[in-house]
Design a protein around this ligand. Sequence first.
Ligand code: NI
Ligand code: MN
Length: 227
Amino acid sequence: MTNITYFGHACFLIEFGGKKLLFDPFITGNDLCKDIDINQIDADYILLTHGHQDHVLDAEAIAKNTNATIISNFEIVSWYEGKGISGHPMNHGGKFQFDFGTVKYVSAIHSSVLPDGTYGGNPGGFVIWNDQSCFYMAGDTALTYDMKLIPVLCPKLSWAALPIGDNFTMGIEEAIMASSFIECKHIIGCHYDTFPIIEIDRNTAQTAFESEGIDLKLPKVGETITL
Ligand code: NI
Ligand code: MN
């Protein structure tokens, strides 16, 4: 079982293989995260799906606090290395065995630029596994047929975090289709409610997933769930 703490938007802290993996930290800029103190967050690795501010805002501060290693695409890791932060660069289709498990960097249909305008490479998602569990962190993405490669190339998914807020990413209907493409029935919704244009009705989302036999979890900010 994996402990997963939600820090709003697309930010998760996941305890995996004895390490703490922090994804897409955007906390100090998120009104819904007023009660979260980034100085209390411990991380061994910070995984960034793409360069947008709403995914990287607090990465530098947390990396410097914790000495965490950044895992992302080559361009984003290079940008952080210029700030004195160590990283492990990847690119699409590649996988690497870390001390907590295997990470595969997979496709996302989106865009990616760093907050100062530096080119942020191509956006991605992560599939991460060890002999206990396998999960997919989709990042910001449209529904894409590339998702069908995940069950072909990776172990069976235990769970996945998918964006459901629409406008910038998939909405609810397409996230349900994505769940089918990736052959996974345990989904955590993210990338919703942070801004007015991605507000959703939680009940509508729950009902829509349930009607397709998919368990949708929508943890509260700061809540830890186990999957
Ligand atoms: Ni984005
Ligand atoms: Mn985003």
